[in-house]
Design a protein around this ligand. Structure first.
Ligand code: FE
Ligand code: FE
Length: 162
């Protein structure tokens, strides 16, 4: 792909995020199934629903720039999910498994936060207020999920895993 402008770069990064979110929609149910703690299961299930909303927001963002919503394989998300699968395949005590699932999920959330932070800034710099707002909304949800996972890890799971 030829990249001449910040808008071209933004489209490229949106495609990466669009594909990454799609991969997550498939992975989150497996993570929820592998979790034992009901609050952690709930956190994964809730974030699955939010993730479907992230895909919709990305489609709206593509619309604001007159581009078709298309993905481009996000290799990093593939790797992060692969690591989550590795954890699921371990023969671990339930509490240890939960702590490991949280660690995998937080890596994913931080990766998404980095991606959304960048495209949100590009959108703002390009004067696309609508896109900047939509991307900020998703960034906020990713951040809240990350914080919820930290709280869960500190309050229940890591303590039980010790
Ligand atoms: Fe997301
Ligand atoms: Fe997320």
């Amino acid at each position: 792909m030829e990249m001449h402008s910040l808008q071209d770069l933004m489209v490229d990064q949106l495609k990466d995020l669009y594909n990454a979110e799609g991969q997550l929609i498939k992975a989150l149910p497996k993570m929820a199934k592998a979790a034992s703690n009901p609050q952690l299961q709930q956190a994964f299930t809730t974030h699955l629903e939010q993730t479907k909303g992230h895909v919709e927001r990305l489609e709206q963002v593509f619309q604001t720039i007159g581009q078709p919503a298309k993905g481009k394989t996000c290799k990093a998300m593939k790797g992060l999910i692969e690591e989550g699968k590795e954890m699921i395949g371990e023969d671990a005590e339930p509490e240890v498994m939960d702590a490991g699932l949280i660690a995998a999920a937080q890596r994913i959330e931080h990766y998404e936060m980095a991606g959304y932070g960048c495209v949100r800034t590009y959108a703002a710099m390009l004067g696309n207020k609508q896109a900047a707002k939509l991307l900020q909304q998703t960034l906020d949800e990713e951040g809240k999920t990350d914080k919820l996972l930290t709280d869960l890890a500190e309050r229940v799971i890591n303590v039980e895993a010790e």
